[in-house]
Design a binder for this molecule. Structure first.
Ligand SMILES: [Zn+2]
Length: 215
């Protein structure tokens, strides 16, 4: 998971920080990618004055990223992750790789529904392995009325599930661990605070548990 990160080197990261500090009215000295005395002082002043959470929001506003920084690519500002399931049986495509399963789901979405690509951004297989679907930089197709501003993660499985089921009724421990890791990874590079499930927005069982309780 590296191709969406804007920060490609320590110097690029420092340059980005210096630009943000500058935009917020703190003087970091020359924008040179070197974390020197003046940059450190500006960063400390910024944290002291604004507090971390408020400052993060100011950086997002000042840099017009809406919370997610992509390098030279179209983007949609994201503030939420929505969890889904594929509603497939546990044994569906057993023995195939997560990439093969993603390809099959892409085929359903493109051929059967007429979409341009798979609707989800990520798939998590029964063994915890991850396949990328639609690029994060592209708005997904997963919840009517909530596609812009959200990233979708779909768990493989969940056939016959109910929204009142426990996570472990339909999914594996490996999926639980990977879902938590993936959410943490995405949150680590965005300002996403809200994690929800498809059933928070529609009369559906998907993802087959109540995300707020699982969290
Ligand atoms: Zn769903």
């Amino acid at each position: 998971m590296t191709n969406y990160a804007a920060i490609t080197s320590p110097a690029a990261a420092v340059t980005s920080i210096q630009q943000a500090l500058n935009a917020l009215g703190y003087n970091p000295g020359p924008i040179d990618g070197d974390f020197g005395r003046r940059t450190r002082k500006a960063a400390e002043d910024w944290l002291h004055n604004d507090g971390e959470a408020a400052a993060m929001q100011q950086v997002a506003a000042a840099t017009s990223t809406g919370g997610m920084i992509y390098q030279g690519r179209a983007r949609h500002a994201v503030d939420e992750i929505i969890v889904h399931c594929t509603a497939t049986r546990p044994e569906w495509y057993a023995g195939r790789s997560v990439e093969e399963k993603a390809a099959e789901i892409r085929r359903w979405h493109v051929s059967d529904r007429g979409w341009t690509d798979i609707g989800y951004h990520y798939l998590i297989d029964r063994d915890g392995s991850v396949a990328k679907g639609r690029a994060e930089t592209v708005v997904g197709a997963h919840v009517r009325g909530h596609n812009p501003g959200t990233i979708s993660i779909s768990l493989i499985g969940g056939f016959g599930s109910s929204e009142t089921d426990a996570f472990s009724d339909n999914f594996t421990d490996a999926q639980d661990a990977t879902l938590r890791d993936l959410i943490a990874d995405i949150r680590g590079r965005t300002l996403i605070g809200k994690i929800s499930g498809h059933n928070d927005y529609a009369q559906k069982a998907c993802p087959g548990f109540t995300v707020s309780e699982w969290l």
